[in-house]
Design a protein around this ligand. Structure first.
Ligand code: GDP
Length: 364
C-alpha cells in the first residue's frame, strides 16, 4: 500500500516523515524494492504475528507493510506551476491514497505560510490545487471525447456527458470521490487518473498539551465538521512527539507512552486508519520458517489472495485450508486444531476473512 503525504509548508510533514523513517523498516531489511530517500516503510501493527511465532516456534515474522511517500512542496499555485508545481502533482498520481497533514497547533515560533493558523483554509488551499489539476486533465479528455462524439461514437457521447457532470462537480469545489456514479461509470472514472478520486486521510497535527489532555481542540473539531461529507478519514497526532518516540527503544517507548497515559503511538493509529479507509485486511501464513501477514482488500477471493504470495499459486489454485486465528490459538497447536476438525477446506469462491490462517494447495 502506497500513501502520499501532502500538506502546506510548516505543518509538520517532515517531522512526521522522519518519525516514519526512524520507526520504519530498515532499507537493508526490505526485500521487495530499494527504498528511495522520499519513501518510508512501516510495519502494520498486528499482535497476532507474535502469538503465532510462539505457537510455531518460528524463525521469523514478517509484517504487512505500508509505504509512505513524502510529497513535499505542494503549495498554493502548484497547479499553475508555482513552487515545483506539477512535478509534485504527478507524484500524487502514483500513490493509492493521500495523507493530508493539517496544522492544528499554535506556536508563535513557527511561521505559518499564510500568517496565521487556520486548518480549514489550509485544507481548501491544497484541495483546490488538486481540483485545478483534475480540471486540466479532464478538459483534455473531454476535447478528445468531443471529437469522437462528432463522428457519431455513442460511447464517447456518454463519456462526454459523464465528464461534464464531473467537471461541474469539481467546479463546485468538490472532490471526485464524492461524485455519485454507477459501478460502470466508476470504472470509466478510474481511467481518468484524477487526483481527487483518491481516498484521503486527514492528519490533524496537534500540540503535545492537547494530545495529553485527550480533549479535541477547536481546530480539530472544525476539521471534523468540515470533512464530514467527504468520505475521508481523520486521525490526530503530535508529529513532534512521534519523532521523539520513534527514536526510542521499544522498552523506553512503552515507558513514555505510559507516562503520557497513551495506549498506542499516533503512527500506529495512522497506519490502522489507513488500512480501514482503504478497505484492507490481512490474512496470515504460518509455519516453522516464517509467520507472515499479507494485505488484501476486503472481499478478496481465495485465488487472488493466493496470488499475493505467488502468481503460480493463483494459477494452479486447488483449494485453501483455512482456520481462523482465534480457533487456532484456542486449540494450542495446528495438530490439535486438525483433530478437532477446525480446519476448513475452501474453494475458488471463498471470500477471505481478516485473520484467516491459510495454507494454499496448488498444482505446479
Ligand atoms: P513541513 O514543512 O510541513 O515539513 O513542516 P516541518 O515538519 O518541517 O515542521 C515545521 C516546524 O514545525 C518545525 O520547526 C517542527 O519542529 C514544528 N513542528 C512539527 N510538528 C509540531 C508539533 O506537533 N508541535 C509543535 N509545537 N511544533 C511542531
Amino acid at each position: 500500500m502506497k500513501l502520499g503525504i501532502v500538506g502546506l509548508p510548516n505543518v509538520g510533514k517532515s517531522t512526521l516523515f522522519n518519525a516514519i523513517t526512524k520507526a520504519g523498516v530498515e532499507a537493508a531489511n526490505y526485500p521487495f524494492a530499494t527504498i528511495e530517500p522520499n519513501v518510508g516503510v512501516v510495519n502494520v501493527p498486528d499482535d497476532r504475528l507474535a502469538a503465532l511465532e510462539k505457537l510455531y516456534n518460528s524463525k521469523k515474522k514478517v509484517y504487512a507493510t505500508v509505504e509512505f511517500y513524502d510529497i513535499a512542496g505542494l503549495v498554493k499555485g502548484a497547479s499553475q506551476g508555482e513552487g515545483l508545481g506539477n512535478k509534485f502533482l504527478s507524484h500524487i498520481r502514483e500513490v493509492e491514497a493521500i495523507v493530508h497533514v493539517v496544522r492544528c497547533f499554535r506556536d508563535d515560533n513557527i511561521v505559518h505560510v499564510e500568517g496565521n493558523v487556520d486548518p480549514i483554509r489550509d485544507i481548501e488551499t491544497i484541495n483546490l490545487e488538486l481540483i485545478f489539476s483534475d480540471l486540466e486533465m479532464l478538459e483534455k479528455r473531454m476535447d478528445k471525447a468531443a471529437k469522437l462524439k462528432r463522428t457519431g461514437d455513442k460511447t464517447a457521447a456518454a463519456e462526454f456527458e459523464l465528464m461534464e457532470g464531473l467537471k461541474a462537480h469539481l467546479e463546485a469545489g468538490k472532490p471526485v470521490r464524492t461524485f455519485e456514479a454507477t459501478e460502470e461509470q466508476k470504472e470509466f472514472i478510474k481511467t481518468l487518473f484524477l487526483l481527487t478520486s483518491k481516498d484521503v486521510l486527514y492528519v490533524a497535527n496537534i500540540s503535545e498539551e492537547d494530545l495529553i489532555s485527550g480533549e479535541e481542540n477547536d481546530m480539530v473539531k472544525a476539521v471534523r465538521e468540515y470533512i464530514k461529507d467527504e468520505n475521508a478519514g481523520l486521525v490526530y497526532i503530535c508529529a513532534r512527539l512521534e519523532e521523539e518516540l520513534s527514536s526510542l527503544e521499544e522498552e523506553e517507548k512503552l515507558e513514555m507512552l505510559r507516562e503520557y497515559g497513551i495506549q498506542e503511538t499516533g503512527l500506529d493509529r495512522l497506519i490502522k486508519a489507513s488500512y480501514k479507509l482503504l478497505g484492507l485486511m490481512s490474512f496470515l501464513t504460518a509455519g516453522p520458517q516464517e509467520i507472515r501477514a499479507w494485505t488484501i482488500k476486503v472481499g478478496t477471493k481465495a485465488p487472488v489472495a493466493a496470488g499475493k504470495i505467488h502468481s503460480d499459486i493463483q494459477r494452479g489454485f486447488i483449494r485453501a485450508e483455512v482456520i481462523s486465528f482465534p480457533d487456532l490459538m484456542s486449540s494450542g497447536s495446528e495438530a490439535h486444531a486438525k483433530e478437532k476438525g477446525l480446519y476448513r477446506v475452501e474453494g475458488k469462491e471463498y471470500i477471505m476473512r481478516d485473520g484467516d490462517v491459510v495454507n494454499f494447495r496448488f498444482n505446479v
